[in-house]
Design a protein around this ligand. Structure first.
Ligand code: F6P
Length: 364
């Protein structure tokens, strides 16, 4: 039998299990393939003994509806920057990529399917350049990967955020309050803007459009003056004002940068008060609820199609490439295309203009 190895790297994301299941099911149809998963991404291979699991039909049955990943994941899965704790308690970062590639070959794997975000795709590209047969599958709730129109996990995150937003509207209205809801998205505002559109926010603050706090206050006061005594703001964790304090990244773990921003809701609340907003303000930070739980149907479907495509890329020896969703088709692109640039919202896009057209303020 031929063997392929599957792993999930970076943050978890609704739809990961659906990818794993569809790879296993598509491979079974070939009749002469075994699918194995590495527990804890590339680190699972570097461990002694290795942490591998055979992805049989029984193992993957019904998992497509489950959040998280049965293969676990780690944000510390970079074999090129592997932290080793020394006897004196200090840390040394070493490159274990050659050792990793050798181990994968010795175990008889034809290829690796690496499901991950931009960090994971970057690692895959480097390993590919060093000789590993690797295929990528894009994953992120942030939708910040270029070279694919959408990633699975994003629709679920928007759904979770929209459900919470709807709940905040009724309590804002009852108390004449301004509610600030902070959503994830790293350095992009995709989750925030989609949630603002779905829920009908008055203000949406995103990293791509630095906000002027005076303009935000003006927009809110105008609404209060009209007698609509409440308002709802969606703020992306990476949003920043045109001047003044900015959100700092939370401190990194040893050897790795922690990508989480977080806490902007509270900063914004203080800025609004300082700028003269009279209304009572409350803050909600949704955090990891946006990444947990059952994927919505669209994400299950996209993830399933990506899994089938990824396995067929292995069959066709299409290495160094990533499955992608472009113009309503599932296709593949060079891994390099996915990592050369970050997928930001463009200010002049119809998305932003339409939001402005229905009265959503970006504070610009
Ligand atoms: O990339 C997904 C994401 O959830 C971001 O939206 C967020 O900034 C980050 O990961 C959080 O990372 P962690 O799970 O390490 O806190």
């Amino acid at each position: 039998n031929k063997k392929v190895l599957v792993l999930t790297g970076g943050g978890d994301c609704p739809g990961l299990n659906a990818v794993i299941r569809s790879i296993a099911k598509r491979a079974k149809k070939e009749g002469n393939w075994e699918v194995w998963g590495s527990i804890g991404a590339f680190n699972g291979i570097l461990k002694e003994p290795q942490e591998l699991v055979k992805l049989t039909s029984k193992k993957v049955a019904g998992i497509h509806v489950k959040g998280g990943t049965i293969l676990k994941t780690t944000s510390k899965g970079d074999p090129l920057k592997f932290p080793i704790e020394k006897e004196d308690g200090s840390w040394e970062i070493i490159d274990r990529s050659e050792e990793l590639i050798k181990k994968i070959e010795e175990m008889g794997f034809e290829a690796v399917i690496s499901i991950g975000g931009d960090g994971s795709q970057r690692i895959s590209q480097k390993l590919y350049e060093k000789g590993l047969n690797v295929v990528g599958v894009p994953k992120t709730i942030d939708n910040d990967l270029s070279a694919t129109d959408l990633t699975f996990g994003f629709s679920t995150a928007v759904q979770v955020a929209s459900d919470s937003f709807d709940k905040l509207v009724t309590t804002a209205e009852s108390h004449h309050r301004v509610m600030i809801m902070e959503v994830m998205g790293r350095d992009a505002g995709w989750i925030a803007l989609h949630t603002a559109l779905a829920g009908g926010a008055e203000v949406c603050l995103i990293p791509e459009i630095p906000y002027d706090i005076e303009k935000v206050v003006k927009r809110l006061n105008k609404r209060y003056d009209k007698g609509k005594g409440f308002a709802n703001i969606v703020v992306a964790e990476g949003a920043k004002p045109i001047s003044g304090e900015v959100t700092e990244r939370l401190s990194g773990e040893i050897g790795y940068e922690n990508t989480r921003l977080g806490g902007i809701a509270y900063q914004l609340s203080a800025q609004l008060k300082k700028a003269g907003l009279k209304a009572d303000i409350r803050e909600t930070v949704l955090g990891h609820t946006q990444r947990g739980g059952t994927p919505v149907a669209f994400d299950r479907i996209l993830a399933t199609l990506f899994g089938v495509k990824a396995f067929e890329m292995v069959l066709n020896l299409e290495y160094g490439r990533m499955a992608a969703y472009i113009d309503n088709e599932i296709t593949s692109v060079p891994l390099l295309d996915a990592i050369v640039e970050y997928n930001y919202i463009k200010k002049e896009s119809f998305l932003v203009q339409a939001a402005k057209g229905i009265g959503i303020s970006f504070g610009d």
